[in-house]
Design a protein around this ligand. Structure first.
Ligand SMILES: Nc1ncnc2c1ncn2[C@@H]1O[C@H](COP(=O)(O)OP(=O)(O)OP(=O)(O)O)[C@@H](O)[C@H]1O
Ligand SMILES: [Mg+2]
Length: 442
């Protein structure tokens, strides 16, 4: 019998299951290796080139999650399929985090096993570069960040440079592009990952509270301040603080921030003495700080202090190579969460997703996949996409349209390209800002 080239390692403490799996695998011409414990599995991995790992989760001594973690670290390109008798949301989440590409619940049918194996092998083929050697630069996942585009690779390269020092980082990008994900990666991939990471949405905390929330306050600083209290900065000591929507910080907060950046110390609200803090600041915004500086609502000196290292997270429409790996990630994530199985996607739907412009970026893509997984049976078809998406695509194909529609679409495109900067857009379009507004209002 001619063996397929794929070597599959199966790990289960139940010999009967191992035998059964092996019989199935043999009937499809896969070559199988059996291990009854994680220890045995690790030994086989060391000596053999394995193409797919199928592991049980609950095993005595060391469980399947430990093995999955080990494999993710030491054999990053190796696809992992897990088999469990006790599915739980928590298990699924842990599995997704460690990059498991497939999930089977006992008891499963032979057909289910076959398609899970095929999906896992196929997903990994797409995910890794042709040579199966793991390489940080080529790999499509970096922590939780998925992406195959050059733009994402550039972002990852900067993260690599800053993760182990405490340089201030400024992250710019449209809503839903993954700014917070990047901030977390900077913290968690680096050497300070065991210290706290504190995320503060400056836009969500009322302006009059932000100052005391961030820097703390002393007893008597204001009505209701009946004890001394630490703020987020003190809580993040030794680690990182993520200041999201930094454009929403008041001038009072800004001047305190400047002090932290310059002197590495904070003064609690109402206090006279400062205290040292050792915190890396990561700030983010999707608003135009340049504009705010001109209007004097953002301090220029703070801006320069914050932007020591700048990371620009490009909108999804400028890095369409990321769409397929992102779709696959979300398919798996929600497939497991709602269906307890990996849901497939029809090729024509994938083609549409690749053509769409994604104004809401990755968040929008994730929502659409989440919804589609809920709506579909086993395969996501056209009908599972929301109407506006189908409608938009009809427009972009060869349907003929009135001039004003085209004009409007083009104006919107230029606005997007300029980050909604009407002055710039007016310059490009050679019309004035008022006309832009009028045409959009029409
Ligand atoms: N490269 C990526 N890989 C995987 N998931 C991603 C990626 N980028 C973004 N996401 C997911 O998309 C969602 C939005 O990302 P995130 O919250 O980081 O965006 P954001 O830029 O901070 O948006 P906002 O400006 O609206 O706060 C999150 O659920 C995040 O996990
Ligand atoms: Mg955010």
């Amino acid at each position: 019998m001619q063996l397929r080239k794929e070597n599959i390692l199966i790990v289960d403490d139940d010999i009967n299951i191992l035998e059964l799996l092996q019989r199935h695998l043999q009937s499809w011409d896969y070559h199988s290796f059996k291990a009854v414990s994680v220890k045995e599995a690790v030994a086989i991995l060391r000596d053999t080139k394995i193409d797919l790992l199928i592991t049980d989760l609950r095993m005595p001594e060391i469980d399947g999650f430990e093995l999955i973690k080990f494999v993710s670290e030491h054999y990053p390109g190796l696809p992992k399929l897990m088999v469990t008798g006790y599915p739980s949301v928590q298990d699924s989440l842990t599995a997704i985090k460690s990059g498991v590409v497939g999930y089977l619940t006992k008891p499963f049918t032979k057909a289910e096993l076959k398609s899970a194996i095929a999906a896992s092998l196929a997903a990994s083929e797409k995910e890794i570069a042709p040579s199966s050697k793991p390489s940080a630069a080529k790999n499509e996942a970096y922590g939780d960040i998925i992406g195959a585009s050059e733009k994402i690779r550039d972002v990852i390269q900067i993260i690599e440079r800053v993760k182990n020092n405490k340089a201030t980082v400024f992250i710019k990008g449209e809503s839903g592009t993954g700014k917070e994900l990047v901030a977390r990666a900077i913290h968690y991939q680096g050497q300070f990952s065991r210290a706290p990471f504190i995320a503060v949405n400056c836009g969500a905390i009322p302006e009059n509270l932000l100052e005391s929330e961030l820097f703390g306050y002393v007893k008597g600083a204001f009505t209701g301040a009946d004890t001394n209290r630490n703020g987020f900065f003190q809580a993040a000591d030794g680690g990182s603080i993520f200041l999201d929507e930094i454009g929403n910080a008041s001038l009072a907060v800004q001047s305190r921030l400047l002090r932290v950046l310059q002197e590495k110390e904070v003064i609690k609200v109402g206090a006279t003495k400062s205290e040292p803090v050792d915190v890396r600041i990561i700030a983010a915004t999707n608003s135009d700080l340049g504009d705010m500086i001109q209007k004097k609502s953002f301090r220029e000196d703070l801006f320069y202090r914050l932007t020591v290292v700048e990371i620009e997270v490009a909108p999804l429409r400028q890095r369409k190579d990321d769409i397929v790996p992102l779709v696959n990630k979300f398919l798996f994530k929600y497939g497991v969460e709602y269906k307890d199985r990996y849901v497939k996607i029809a090729p024509e739907v994938m083609a549409i997703l690749k053509r769409y412009d994604w104004p809401g970026n990755i968040r929008e893509l994730e929502n659409i996949i989440q919804r589609a997984v809920i709506m579909c049976d086993k395969i996501i078809e056209l009908e599972h996409l929301p109407d506006h998406l189908k409608y938009k695509l009809k427009l972009s194909s060869d349907v003929l349209l009135p001039l004003k529609d085209i004009e409007r679409q083009y104006i919107e495109k230029v606005l997007r390209a300029t980050g909604n900067n009407k002055t710039k857009a007016a310059e490009i379009l050679q019309i004035d800002r008022k006309t832009i507004r009028q045409k959009l209002a029409e």
